[in-house]
Design a protein around this ligand. Structure first.
Ligand code: T4K
Length: 368
């Protein structure tokens, strides 16, 4: 049997490069609670990403939950059904009602043209997702938010390093939330961050992620334990040294897929990146009716060859039991998302994917 090919593989620098970081941690015995590696990584990420303030977290989900707390969001929040469940779950964890709005057929991001119709007197915020790292229509979303006095929290879990014409895409909205999970472009095994525009908000977020503590005897909010450990922060510092190479490799893989799948009838490659800097975090294709196999048959065929493509995002969030009874979750309200969810397949893309391995994936798709 050939070596399995997964949808992604973490980018791991050589182990010996990590040992000096471990020695420092062992020597200092500072393992967590905002130690030196943590502080260094926050600054290094601000510099690398081109953002003003960033608070590290133990993972992206707790960062999303905390971002909503930081802005004291309540009531209803407009969001997309076409994402990983953590997006909507973060709302439920805060007792907020998600209101699902359909996506744009080209980007599969929240469709700004459909947002206004979903606004009610209870709406307080919009939570869009830069799906696959492709930027949302940030200007249109901000216009609506300004008109209706709504906050915008971007789930930017896929958008590490993505830039539009004005710089980092993470600078849009009130807050942006990153994930540094093992499967992401930049990983700290588990990890995440909130990007915020000012020092005061950053301070509130820092309190919230540390139980609400300001000092030994002062607790200002019912915070959570969302802190990133020194081990994870050290991994991040090391990863950052290799990130440019990793991005370049992803770009080459993306280009090869586009070139070789261009003539395949019924295979549509999404998001031919027009952003200034894309991160090529995923390679989603839509399997159209003109293709000889259904999406699921192609998924299975690849699997039979030990290639584990993934149907991100199927099922839709709105189809899971805790959401499907909601009026906005009804299929008739979300035709574009439902269609994409039935056709999408994310192909393997990661820095260590060898050219001959990618060729195997392409040949199987072309030979159907
Ligand atoms: N918002 C959005 C839009 C998100 O996509 C996510 C996470 C979040 C929020 C929440 O952020 P975190 O709380 O996770 O920081 C994966 C990830 O677990 C999840 O982080 C990610 N989105 C989601 C899209 O994908 P699964 O259930 O598909 O992962 P899994 O374990 O099946 O891994 C996929 C493939 O990756 C495996 O087949 C092999 C490879 N892999 C995976 C892991 C964990 C490895 O090679 N090594 C590993 O350690 O959810």
């Amino acid at each position: 049997m050939t070596k399995p090919i997964y949808v992604t593989q973490p980018d791991l620098p050589p182990l010996e490069e990590f040992l000096p970081y471990l020695e420092k941690i062992w020597d200092s015995k500072v393992l967590t609670n905002g130690g030196p590696m943590h502080q260094q990584l926050e600054q290094a990420l601000c510099d690398h990403l081109g953002v003003e303030h960033l608070a590290l977290f133990a993972n992206g989900t707790v960062a999303l939950v905390t971002a909503l707390q930081a802005l004291r969001i309540t009531g209803e929040v407009i969001t997309t059904p076409y994402s990983f469940v953590a997006t909507a779950h973060s709302l439920l964890w805060n007792g907020i009602k998600p209101v699902f709005v359909d996506v744009d057929p080209n980007t599969l991001n929240l469709d700004p043209a459909r947002i206004e119709a979903a606004i009610t007197p209870h709406t307080t915020a919009i939570m869009p997702v830069h799906c696959y790292g492709h930027p949302c229509d940030v200007n249109a979303i901000q216009r609506i938010a300004d008109n209706y006095n709504l906050r915008v929290i971007y789930d930017a879990a896929h958008a590490f390093g993505v830039q539009d014409a004005n710089g980092s895409v993470l600078n849009h909205g009130d807050l942006s939330v990153l994930s540094f999970h093992a499967t992401k472009v930049f990983n700290t095994f588990e990890g995440g961050a909130i990007v915020c525009p000012d020092a005061k908000t950053k301070q509130r977020i820092d309190h919230l992620k540390n139980f609400g503590f300001v000092d030994e005897v002062t607790v200002v909010a019912p915070g959570i334990n969302g802190k990133m450990s020194e081990f994870n922060a050290a991994l991040g510092l090391l990863q950052l040294q290799h990130i440019d190479q990793a991005m370049a490799r992803r770009k080459a893989i993306d280009a090869a897929y586009r070139e070789q799948l261009a003539g395949v009838k019924g295979i549509h490659c999404l998001n031919d990146a027009d952003e200034k800097v894309a991160n090529h975090s995923y390679f989603p294709i839509l399997v159209q009716p003109e293709y000889p196999l259904s999406r699921d048959a192609l998924y299975q065929k690849l699997k039979d060859h030990n290639i584990y493509a993934r149907r991100y995002f199927y099922p839709l969030i709105s189809d899971f039991p805790m959401y499907r009874g909601m009026p906005s979750a009804q299929r008739g309200n979300l035709p574009v998302a439902a269609d994409a969810s039935a056709k999408v397949l994310c192909l393997p893309i990661y820095p260590d994917l060898l050219p001959q391995e990618q060729q195997r994936v392409i040949d199987i798709i072309r030979d159907a």
